[in-house]
Write a protein that binds this ligand. Structure first.
Ligand code: NAD
Length: 274
């Protein structure tokens, strides 16, 4: 188990929303969070407010993530917790997406996490106390909604990456653990903020409105999510679930898959003459 008190914790997307909420709760639990974000102005304001360091990073750029890791190691000598959380969440029907839209979204939401794992995992493995990786996915990975196709593809990849990584780390007896954060709806800047650097691009993406897409959603605050993440790190939980009431969205998908397995089994029996 990674001790939170005294831990050096890098949080990407830490300037705003869930990343900020996680950083606040890590700080309250005695860690030293380092905020890493692309949005210079918000990063400066949040770092000042929380009294912590802020480093500019573009998670879509592997060199930028490597430079972030160098800066943290130069300053603190080690890394204990890495939260790969930076992300965008716009919507568009799959048929309307340009290839550039796909590359941009997967570049941040999937490759952003891959870059974080690629750069920071060796540092955590070299840490004599081990460490913990947290990757932010979404309920969209478990129950992909209409309009969030590209987003769901990225987030499903984040879930699979974290599941396999944690299993491999446990199998090799590593002291490093991984958690995938699976948030439902959280009040943040993701709606408008997501399209900030797409304004001058030929894009199908529009701001996602969860209230319209998922009526009756329960909203959490970023700080509530931050507390769930701290608890998941302390208890070495693979899945950090924020909205237990949404379990039926997962089971209804599994039931459809189960029904397809049953049909396949019946067809196989018929083919066997059974
Ligand atoms: P947010 O917009 O408030 O925060 C995201 C932060 O990521 C911003 O500060 C932004 O500047 C930063 N960022 C964006 N692109 C970046 C890049 N290339 N490099 C570095 N930083 C970058 O949104 P949020 O809701 O807090 O989103 C955080 C994570 O939570 C995302 O991965 C998102 O997909 C996920 N999530 C959010 C919700 C929700 O309801 N808000 C639900 C499920 C998952």
């Amino acid at each position: 188990m990674t001790a939170i008190a005294g831990a050096v914790a890098v949080v990407t997307g830490g300037a705003s929303g869930i990343g900020r909420g996680i950083a606040e709760e890590l700080l309250a639990a005695g860690a030293h969070p380092v905020l890493a974000d692309l949005d210079e102005a918000t990063l400066a304001a949040t770092s000042k407010e929380l009294g912590v360091e802020g480093i500019i990073v573009d998670v879509a750029d592997p060199d930028s993530v490597a430079a972030l890791a160098d800066a943290v190691v130069r300053r603190y000598g080690r890394v204990d917790i890495v939260v790969n959380n930076a992300g965008v969440g716009p919507q568009a029907p799959i048929a309307a997406l340009t290839l550039d839209d796909w590359k941009w979204l997967l570049g941040i939401n999937l490759f952003g996490v891959i870059h974080g794992v690629h750069v920071f995992l060796p540092l955590l493995q070299a840490n004599p106390h081990g460490g913990h990786l947290v990757n932010t996915a979404s309920m969209a990975a478990f129950a992909p909604p209409i309009g969030l196709g590209a987003y769901s593809v990225a987030k499903a990849g984040v879930v699979a990456l974290t599941e396999v990584l944690d299993a491999e780390l446990r199998a090799e007896g590593s002291a490093v653990r991984a958690t995938v954060l699976v948030p439902g709806s959280v009040r943040t800047n993701i709606g408008e903020g997501s399209l900030r650097d797409r304004a001058d691009k030929d894009t199908a993406f529009r701001a996602f409105d969860p209230a319209a897409a998922l009526p009756g959603v329960q909203w959490l605050t970023p700080q509530e999510v931050g507390r769930i993440v701290v608890d998941a790190i302390e208890s070495d939980e693979l899945y950090a679930i924020t909205h237990p009431g949404q379990w039926s969205r997962v089971t209804s998908r599994i039931e459809r898959i189960g029904a397809a397995f049953e049909r396949a089994a019946e067809s196989a029996e018929l083919a066997d003459g059974g």
